[in-house]
Design a protein. Structure first.
Length: 191
């Protein structure tokens, strides 16, 4: 490096980086634009109002079978918990010293339960259940919390219509995220 001037060394280093980066893009597919299909496969969130609930339907009885095959080892036979948290019970405990926050006592929306199960369960194989299986097990959990009849068919409209006991137990926190004033134009600062 003794014979190189600082500027020449920097330019050489920059060129080497650019060539390596270009090679990596073509060799590994880095920096490619995601297709609509790729984006859609990741865009699986469901809002509380049920927007984006997928097509599908199942029964509470179907849900019991899915639960016994995929959920019971963590959440217990009667949804009482074990390795995983309890999914039923806890009514009237939220204002006590030891609240039991379950689907039936705490969760505000049935659609949120569907969304969570579809994304994250079963723990050892998330996103492995079909939409029908997720509707089924969601219905079974709601039934075990006395929120759906045993003979219910579960689909998007069913979940939107379920009035969860603690739906009104939440409030919107509209405080600002920071005390800094939001920059609305010419925000780039020179250092």
């Amino acid at each position: 490096m003794d014979g190189l001037k600082g500027g020449s060394f920097f330019i050489g280093l920059l060129c080497a980086f650019a060539l390596t980066h270009a090679s990596a893009q073509s060799q590994y597919g880095l920096g490619t634009k995601a297709t609509e299909a790729q984006i859609a496969s990741w865009n699986i969130d469901v809002a509380p109002d049920g927007k984006a609930l997928p097509p599908g339907r199942a029964t509470v009885a179907d849900g019991e079978k899915v639960y016994m095959n995929s959920c019971v080892s963590c959440h217990g036979v009667k949804l009482e918990g074990g390795v995983g948290p309890a999914l039923a019970g806890g009514e009237g405990t939220l204002t006590t010293d030891k609240p039991l926050k379950t689907v039936g006592s705490y969760w505000p929306y049935a659609t949120t339960l569907f969304d969570y199960i579809r994304r994250a369960m079963p723990f050892q194989a998330p996103q492995s259940l079909s939409n029908e299986q997720v509707y089924a097990v969601t219905g079974y959990i709601l039934h075990m919390n006395k929120l759906l009849d045993a003979n219910a068919t579960v689909e998007a409209s069913t979940l939107v219509d379920v009035k969860m006991p603690n739906r009104d137990g939440f409030y919107t926190d509209d405080r600002p995220d920071s005390k800094a004033v939001a920059c609305m134009s010419n925000c780039l600062k020179a250092h």
